[in-house]
Design a binder for this molecule. Structure first.
Ligand code: C2E
Ligand code: MG
Ligand code: MG
Ligand code: MG
Length: 277
């Protein structure tokens, strides 16, 4: 009993906080094991051009833990970022995507396809990141110009000069950059000019309400116009309906991604989709 009292006396966290910490470190352990036991998979979601052709895919991470329900990226990515596991996990994603690019190289129906890979700010902040990308490309033999890296505005929270320099080094390989979830972050527009980007990705929240919220419609039009005047390409994410697509096309957006064209799917399904179109 005295022992119990003593333990209570040094408890810093409320039961709720302790539970959150416990479940996070439990998730960390199961994630670490999951990486060792091939429980992660890449799903591919088509990216489409103005003619309706599939020009590539975004690789989206999926986790199917053994003996457990699958866990969504919004649940496990933030934990992986916090505990640093995003580094080995992100490396696995990059290597898997590059191997896929290489595997597509010999088929004229797939050799032109690009893969977009999501990169966390934490990955980009490592000194070794440039070397990791280079190694993944060299080891796989993938064509660097088919690899696109998607960043979010959270990369801008610190060390912008370092980030810009790292991006420039990676661009020398031929890799391109897209700014994901554009319009939802903290960045000022001047950063858009500073980052060596190739593409801006309009966040799905603006696309969703394009027809019901005049402000979102105005934001979408402004993002497209501004990006084009800065020499950047634009892709819209979360395109679910024909009328959203038409709106986007009318205002000059030429690349699209969303359930209208296909959900993220296993590689076998993605390849079947290519044959159908
Ligand atoms: P994101 O990069 O913005 O990816 C787009 C998300 O929107 C994906 O969710 C996708 O399934 C979903 N989506 C696509 N089209 C539609 C649509 O038409 N309607 C709606 N409602 N949703 C759509 P997902 O796969 O759950 O991924 C969530 C987030 O997790 C991603 O957002 C990305 O930030 C992160 N993530 C996923 N895979 C990776 C990864 O390999 N590395 C890192 N660092 N982050 C990842
Ligand atoms: Mg993305
Ligand atoms: Mg996004
Ligand atoms: Mg998003």
């Amino acid at each position: 009993q005295a022992k119990d009292a003593g333990r209570n006396a040094i408890r810093f966290f409320s039961p709720e906080m302790q539970a959150a910490i416990d479940s996070r470190s439990e998730m960390e352990t199961t994630m670490r094991n999951g990486l060792l036991h091939n429980e992660f998979q890449l799903f591919y979601q088509p990216q489409i051009d103005i003619d309706g052709e599939i020009i590539g895919a975004e690789a989206l991470l999926r986790w199917f833990p053994r003996d457990q329900e699958s866990v969504l990226p919004i649940q496990f990515i933030p934990v992986a970022e916090e505990v640093g596991l995003i580094i080995p996990l992100g490396l696995w994603v990059m290597e898997t995507a590059c191997a896929q690019l290489k595997a597509w190289e010999n088929d004229p129906r797939t050799r032109h396809l690009k893969i977009a890979v999501n990169v966390s700010a934490r990955q980009l902040r490592q000194l070794e990141f440039v070397k990791q990308v280079q190694d993944a490309l060299e080891f796989s033999g993938a064509n660097p110009s088919l690899l696109k890296l998607e960043l979010t505005e959270s990369v801008l929270l610190e060390d912008v000069d370092d980030i810009v320099e790292r991006m420039q080094q990676i661009k020398l390989f031929g890799v391109t950059f897209s700014l994901d979830d554009f319009g939802t972050g903290f960045s000022s527009l001047s950063y858009l000019k500073r980052l060596p980007l190739d593409q801006v990705k309009i966040d799905q929240s603006f696309v969703r309400d394009i027809h019901t919220d005049p402000n979102d419609a105005a934001i979408v039009r402004a993002i497209i116009a501004m990006s084009h005047s800065l020499g950047l390409k634009v892709i819209a994410e979360g395109v679910e309906t024909k009328s959203q697509l038409n709106f986007l096309k009318n205002y000059g957006c030429a690349h699209f991604q969303g359930y209208l064209f296909g959900k993220p799917m296993p590689i076998e399904e993605f390849e079947k989709l290519l044959k159908r179109i």
